[in-house]
Design a protein around this ligand. Structure first.
Ligand code: MTE
Ligand code: HPA
Ligand code: MOS
Length: 776
């Protein structure tokens, strides 16, 4: 479906059709993105005297620091000074949850290979990087725990286990007519944002201005203030845009901004820290890899009767966001399926590797993988089409309670799957593929249609709040500011559309401005896909306050009932009078009416009790379904995606062009995670895949040659902004259809047998699965 075809029907709850909201408006920076004139942190004109930084990292993954010899570093050309943990005046911790386990510079010990130990401040970036190599760090090394298996064997955890329980899984399992045990490994993922981690700190009289590529300016402000021992009010963090983030800059932009601020404070000069790609890959966290082990029961129709699953993840050396990430894996261990009896346990293992962090989906994708494999297992063992097993297990009437006690009241998966099954021609292609495979010894085709149900809201309930600041100037232009950050996802244009709509003015009258802790305080990270939902509401509230004042003023001045005043087409209709917007502003100004306001929003209806592990953590669910066809070469393990059909639910789209981009991009990123992107650590804990030479992300030629994406037409049943739905993360999980299609292709080699395919399904992994399947 083309973008033009998905133009939205007006919201039934507003009297007049929106003029700006719902239009396929281009990204506000689209032209600048492609011309190279969009300013990222490294493009900001450097202030006179800017110094450049590089870090010296741990030579081993685990051990006690005996001695740090920095003589040669200090003597190197261009070096201004070299700093260590003892130079930090305040708190040496960048933990997002105040765990005290994320030193900005290491103190007595190191816990992963390349951990930052010292900081070189030099005239040029090249000088800093060359000098950093000259440091001698003597370590009494210990054997690192590298993998989940290592950590489980040593019972090494960053956080305690956590369990969801519903029904009586042991009894239900014992009573089940069929039982199955399974295990699946799910790989991690490097964010590979095009713009790496970067920050520029500019010292003032007794304040610090920090430009950073971060999803969480308020957290940086707090960490920097603590580190420098200054009030938060003395630190301002500004973000115009990021060149991609994907969760990788939710917490892990902080350390680099802190180091730049430390050096700026000590030298009194502006300092810039920009990580080289290899350093970025070695020194910053990634998606958690998981091992899932499960026992499940099911009936003769393939309906799940019991699910008992342990999800163990590699958290790395510190807590970071691992608590909520593992929680979100648990919240999505059901995906779209009703589990009448379930025990869902997560084990948060501590390893001597970089601290893993948020990544699009935030543990949800990993949680879904286990149950999607279970559904395939069931289909294979009963000789059913996996799609039929999926459909039979969906939430439905009388089968609507999640393992965490929230009822699914907005389920549209059954109709979405029916629709996609029809439009993708699933059944006919299923038979055609069976016929093809029967006559093709080496090339095997596979097909899978998988659903996505993704919970929208931060599960850390207090984060579900947002603020905005709107100024209206007398020429009718509007200065828009809010706590959300732009990472390419199109948040800024969506919020601007909502504000333009509120004032009834053209979109180009709304000036988008950089996110700044000085304008909107105490913000949440732009994450959990909630940016547009929450920030648009806050910005609309700010605009509505100003509009309310203008209406009250005009009602009095023109003796007109407030209900007869409306804002449209850059004019204000006051009864029968039609006044240009800017003219009313001038009249209001002369009458001393304030034309500036803040706005605030908190997501309603949330009620999650982590102690009981029951409640309503999500405002609503976003849904999607994808049907993917692949062809696998069973001699080489190579794989190609031949066709993809997607039907995705964004409610009533705020901007269908942006949403289509999010769906396509998210899907491909999910396919990359599950097929070609592989993180390899050696036994010493060194990341071997630390550059694009060895770490393969999908490229343009990996786009499916036949790619059909459509938006599901239907409003959000909850009262969200113009009844839209969040779109940022959910489409990533549509990529699971490709993984399932690969398993389906392999399954054709030995019908009835279970396919032991682990993720990512690289050619090696595919060959391994084929060998195991055809040998025993
Ligand atoms: N899209 C682009 N182009 N770049 C990104 O970094 N991050 C994703 C998603 N889409 C990302 C993106 C992630 S992880 C999240 S949580 C959401 O965008 C955040 O933005 P939103 O809440 O405004 O959707
Ligand atoms: N999603 C993304 N980021 C978060 C969350 C979440 O649920 N909780 C805390 N940070
Ligand atoms: Mo997205 S992983 O919530 O930043």
């Amino acid at each position: 479906m083309s973008v033009a075809e998905v133009a939205q029907a007006p919201d039934v709850t507003t009297e007049a059709a929106p003029r700006t909201v719902g239009l396929a408006t281009p990204h506000d920076s689209a032209v600048r993105h492609v011309c190279g004139s969009a300013v990222y942190v490294d493009d900001i004109r450097e202030p006179e005297g800017t110094l450049h930084l590089a870090v010296g990292g741990a030579p081993v993954a685990r051990g006690r620091i005996i001695k740090i010899d920095l003589g040669a570093v200090r003597a190197a050309p261009g070096v201004v000074c070299v700093l260590t943990a003892t130079d930090i005046p305040g708190c040496n911790d960048a933990s997002p949850v105040n765990a005290g386990d994320d030193p900005i510079l290491a103190t007595d010990s190191v816990e992963f290979h390349h951990q930052a130990v010292f900081l070189v401040v030099a005239q040029t970036r090249d000088a800093a990087r060359r000098a950093a190599k000259l440091g001698k760090i003597e370590i009494e090394a210990d054997r690192p725990l590298v993998s989940v298996d290592d950590a489980l064997a040593a019972q090494s955890y960053v956080l305690p286990d956590y369990t969801f329980l519903t029904g009586e899984p042991d009894t239900a399992l014992a009573a089940s007519p069929h039982r199955i045990n399974g295990s699946l490994r799910i790989g991690g993922q490097e964010h590979f944002y095009l713009e790496g981690q970067v920050a520029l700190a500019v010292p003032g009289e007794d304040e610090m201005l920090v430009y950073s590529s971060t999803q969480h300016p308020s957290e940086l402000q707090a960490i920097i203030a603590h580190m420098l021992n200054v009030p938060a009010a003395a630190v301002t963090v500004e973000v115009r845009r990021m060149g991609g983030a994907f969760g990788g800059k939710e917490t892990q932009a902080a350390q680099w901004a802190a180091l730049a601020s430390l050096a700026a404070r000590i030298t009194g000069r502006p300092c810039k820290m920009r990580l080289d790609r290899d350093d970025d890959m070695a020194m910053t966290g990634k998606r958690h890899d998981f091992r899932a082990d499960y026992a499940a029961g099911f009936d003769a129709d393939g309906r799940i009767t019991a699910f008992d699953v342990i999800l163990a993840s590699r958290c790395g050396y510190s807590a970071d966001l691992s608590a909520s990430i593992n929680d979100r894996a648990m919240f999505h261990a059901d995906n779209g399926y009703y589990l009448p009896a379930a025990r869902i346990v997560t084990k948060r293992t501590k390893t001597h590797t970089v601290s893993n962090t948020a990544f699009r989906g935030f543990g949800g994708p990993q949680g879904m993988m286990a149950v999607e494999r279970l559904v395939d297992d069931i289909a294979w063992s009963l000789g059913l089409d996996p799609l039929d097993v999926r459909k039979r297990n969906l939430y439905g009437e009388g089968r609507d309670l999640t393992p965490y006690g929230m009822r699914v009241t907005d389920n549209i998966l059954p109709e979405m799957i029916e629709a996609l099954e029809r439009t993708s021609d699933y059944r006919a292609r299923r038979s055609a593929i069976a016929a093809f495979n029967a006559n093709s010894p080496y090339l095997k085709r596979g097909l899978a249609l998988t659903p996505v149900k993704f919970g929208i809201s931060f599960t850390t309930t207090h984060l579900n709040q947002a603020g905005a600041l709107v100024h209206v100037y007398l020429d009718g232009s509007v200065h828009l500011n809010h706590g959300g950050t732009e990472m390419g996802q199109g948040l800024f244009v969506k919020v601007a559309q909502v504000v333009a709509e509120e004032f009834g003015i053209d979109l180009d009258r709304v000036k988008i401005t950089p996110t700044s802790t000085g304008k909107v305080p105490n913000t949440s990270p732009t994450a959990a896909s909630s940016g547009a939902d929450m920030t648009s509401m806050a910005a609309r509230a700010a605009a509505a306050t100003i509009k309310g004042r203008l209406i009250a003023f005009a009602a009095e001045k023109y003796a007109t009932a407030p209900e007869l005043i409306s804002f449209r087409d850059n004019h204000v209709l006051i009864g029968n009078r039609r006044t240009p917007f800017a003219q009313l502003l001038r009249e209001a100004y002369l009458a001393r009416i304030s034309l500036s306001s803040t706005g605030f929003y908190r997501t309603p209806a949330l009620n999650w009790d982590p102690g009981k592990a029951k409640g309503r953590p999500f405002f609503y669910f976003a849904y999607g379904a994808a049907c993917s066809e692949v062809v696998v070469d069973i001699l080489t393990g190579e794989m190609k995606v031949s066709r993809v059909d997607i039907l995705h639910d964004v409610g009533r789209s705020l901007n269908p062009a942006i949403d289509m981009g999010q769906i396509e991009g998210g899907f491909i990123q999910g396919v990359g995670w599950l097929t070609c992107e592989e993180l390899v650590y050696d036994k010493a804990g060194r990341l071997l895949t630390h550059a694009p030479s060895t770490y393969k992300i999908p490229c343009a030629s990996d786009m499916p040659p036949d790619f059909r994406v459509a938006l599901f037409d239907g409003p959000n049943r909850e009262d969200t902004i113009y009844r839209s739905k969040a779109v940022g993360e959910p489409p990533l999980m549509l990529g699971i259809s490709v993984f399932a299609a690969i398993a389906d292709a392999i399954h054709s080699l030995a019908p009835g047998k279970r396919v032991p395919l682990d993720a990512p399904a690289t050619p090696e992994s595919i060959l391994h699965a084929i060998h195991q399947l055809t040998q025993d």
